[in-house]
Design a binder for this molecule. Structure first.
Ligand SMILES: Cc1cc2nc3c(=O)[nH]c(=O)nc-3n(C[C@H](O)[C@H](O)[C@H](O)COP(=O)(O)O)c2cc1C
Length: 346
């Protein structure tokens, strides 16, 4: 292993540990979104089907394990376990940033293990907005990915002591990748949320699937600040739009398939995401904790129960599918209403 590879592997391991150790936000914008209870449902539970179309992909369940890891031996073991969970529960899964393996072939197994464990599943590759088209194609090919996630993580890079400082070519890089890659491209945040201005930039370059990955769960400003010797930027934690606010921002962009992640605490948060227009909901830190604390079996049980609870809540809302969930009335807190007014959102 060369020293660059060593540094990368060490960083990945630090991210995993810091994400596990950070308890996450104490309050959540999901509590500012309320459904209206109706007393007489007109459906049976076995009429509820929550399958979803994301681009050209059919998700049997509107859930996925979101990007985390790869590039170190600890990461490879985590990826293997996550892949088994994804296979057994029939949900999609993203690997973490593949830059490590794109630069050092010896690390590819920590990613290819995911395809080896789950040959038929929906799997996403993951790269940053600074890779060449050639490397993006290689990332897709390496794990025979069904889609490519391109992460945009400027605040993380800026707080990261050794992070990237050059963002001026991100948009044109994404545009080139979208033109050349044959699988669907998902532009994703990493826990800072998205805005209508971002959707507008992405629309112009041909992107039509996003993962808003909002504030409320894993906070990469906290994580990177912990890696700084002075830890002097704590005040910036909590930066960005929450997942709920990001979904509100996305409502004026109906031409996008929107995925939601960031701080999903339980199935009701997920149902609120669907009601606000999300096609599927992703979890990262929760899955990492499950794997570490309860192993593969515990994680499978959690996801199976999560899926069942989604069905129960949909029935409680008299909704047979995601479209009907989108039509259910919602009441927002004054704070969320004010955000919508000030931002000119309907
Ligand atoms: C340990 C860890 C590593 C992550 N690494 C990546 C990554 O390599 N690429 C990426 O796009 N997102 C990465 N993320 C961000 C997640 O995909 C997700 O956007 C974010 O954690 C918010 O979801 P959560 O609150 O459920 O954790 C990582 C998250 C965690 C917890």
């Amino acid at each position: 292993m060369n020293s660059e590879t060593n540094k990368r592997a060490r960083r990945k391991n630090e991210h995993i540990q810091l994400a596990i150790d950070h308890p996450g936000a104490s309050s959540s914008d999901f509590d500012d979104v309320r459904f209206v209870h109706q007393s007489i449902p007109c459906i049976d539970v076995d009429q509820v089907f929550l399958s979803s179309m994301v681009g050209s992909l059919t998700f049997d369940h509107p859930l996925y394990i979101n990007a985390m890891t790869g590039g170190s031996s600890r990461a490879g073991k985590i990826n293997e376990k996550l892949a088994i969970v994804a296979r057994e529960t029939n949900i999609a899964m993203a690997v973490g940033s593949m830059h490590a393996a794109l630069k050092d072939d010896t690390l590819s197994e920590s990613y290819t293990i995911v395809r080896a464990q789950n040959p038929q599943g929906i799997i996403f590759s993951n790269v940053g907005a600074d890779v060449s088209v050639e490397l993006a194609l290689k990332a897709v090919e390496m794990i025979k990915a069904d889609a490519l996630q391109i992460h945009v993580n400027a605040p993380q890079e800026l707080i990261m002591p050794e992070g990237n400082r050059q963002f001026s070519s991100w948009l044109s890089t994404i545009e080139e990748i979208v033109k050349q890659v044959e699988v669907p491209v998902i532009v994703k945040e990493v826990g800072f949320g998205m805005s209508q201005e971002t959707f507008s930039q992405l629309r112009h370059i041909g992107v039509n699937i996003v993962d808003v990955s909002g504030r409320g769960g894993t906070d990469f400003i906290h994580i990177e600040n912990e890696r700084r010797s002075l830890k002097e930027m704590t005040y910036l934690t909590g930066w960005g739009q929450s997942t709920v606010v990001s979904l509100l921002e996305a409502r004026s962009s109906p031409d996008f398939d929107v995925l939601a992640s960031g701080g999903i605490r339980h199935p009701l948060d997920a149902v609120k995401c669907y009601a606000l227009g999300a096609k599927a909901v992703g979890m990262s830190r929760t899955m990492l904790l499950l794997i570490e604390e309860q192993g593969v079996e515990g994680a499978i049980q959690y996801i199976e129960s999560f899926k069942e609870q989604l069905t129960i809540i949909a029935a409680m809302l008299n909704a047979r599918n995601l479209q009907e969930l989108k039509e259910r009335p919602i009441v927002f807190s004054p704070e969320l209403l004010s955000w919508q007014e000030q931002r000119g959102l309907q």
